[in-house]
Ligand binder design. Structure first.
Ligand code: C2E
Ligand code: CA
Ligand code: CA
Ligand code: CA
Length: 275
């Protein structure tokens, strides 16, 4: 379709075919990636803005493909969810995060993402309990990040999973807050500990009046409900001072720290400990 120009139907279908083909090839490799030990975790630091102290890390999956190099989670996580592979891959991520966190020089909290498919599985409670025990990690240090897609408003089984994990000391953060349909409903129903303001609301600060209003409203909501609030995706000093001025006390973003390899995390925590 060389001579037909970018906008043609042929170019479009060629593009569709290429991306379908890439998806099929990735699918074959993704099925083997766990056995071939191609995953690692990167840890992104979270800070208290005023004191500049480290308050925790979020564990993020990384896939190092032998030929393609780094494949982004934005591409392989949805694929892993479609294939059901997110259940074993997510379990690997949780177990690994717990094991790595116990080696840190300070007992900081560790946040791990849990996909809806994992959270709907009744085995999640024993899986989390077993990961904590195997690592020897204090359950109070573990925070699970769930999106509202993982929850159901009137489901007793889902509520029970949430309650059982809370009962052993595990904390919960509502991830990507504000991007779903009924964030407030879920917040009222489930005993969350933290709200993560999605980066889509942060991206256009301080120019976006709506963004400012959202950060201010969510921060006020959090403080009246006794929840901590953290803003994601903060890349500039202007965004940082804007979220702070609007009541958000914690930050996670490229400005304050990119996701780090385990060795760099150890060094950062050691430096924090030394003061
Ligand atoms: P998320 O949970 O919302 O994670 C935050 C994403 O924002 C991460 O992307 C992080 O690297 C990125 N980020 C952090 N600060 C900034 C910033 O200042 N600017 C910009 N532009 N981006 C920033 P990443 O690592 O590519 O992960 C993408 C998504 O993949 C995650 O979004 C999460 O939904 C999913 N994911 C990653 N690891 C896991 C996992 O272990 N389990 C599950 N179920 N999902 C995961
Ligand atoms: Ca997350
Ligand atoms: Ca998020
Ligand atoms: Ca997200």
């Amino acid at each position: 379709a060389k001579s037909e120009g970018g906008g043609s139907a042929h170019a479009f279908t060629a593009q569709m075919r290429d991306s379908l083909q890439r998806r099929r090839l990735l699918e074959v490799d993704l099925r083997q990636a766990l056995a071939l030990r191609e995953f690692t975790l990167a840890y992104q630091p979270q800070y208290d803005i005023d004191s500049r102290t480290l308050v925790g890390f979020e564990a993020l999956l990384r896939w190092h493909h032998p030929e393609r190099g780094h494949v982004s989670p934005g591409e392989f996580i949805p694929l892993a969810e479609d294939l059901g592979l997110i259940v074993p891959i997510g379990e690997w991520a949780l177990r690994t995060a717990c094991k790595e966190a116990v080696t840190w020089p300070l007992p900081l909290p560790i946040s791990v993402n849990i996909s809806p498919l994992q959270f709907r599985n009744p085995n999640i409670v024993s899986m989390v309990t077993s990961a904590l025990a195997a690592a020897g990690l204090d359950p109070n240090r573990l925070e699970l990040e769930v999106t509202e897609g993982a929850l159901l408003l009137n489901s007793e089984p889902v509520m029970n999973i949430f309650r059982q994990l809370k009962a052993i000391g595990v904390r919960f953060a509502m991830d990507d807050f504000g991007t779903g349909y009924s964030s407030l409903g879920y917040l009222q129903k489930f005993p969350f500990d933290k709200i993560k303001i999605d980066q889509s609301f942060v991206r256009n600060l301080p120019d976006s009046g709506d963004g400012v209003a959202i950060v201010r409203a969510v921060s006020a909501l959090g403080s009246s409900l006794g929840l901590s609030i953290i803003a994601e995706g903060v890349e500039t000093e202007e965004q940082l001072s804007c979220i702070r001025q609007n009541g958000c006390l914690q930050v996670q973003g490229y400005l304050t720290g990119r996701p780090l390899a385990p060795a760099a995390v150890e060094a950062l925590v050691a430096a924090e400990k030394a003061g």
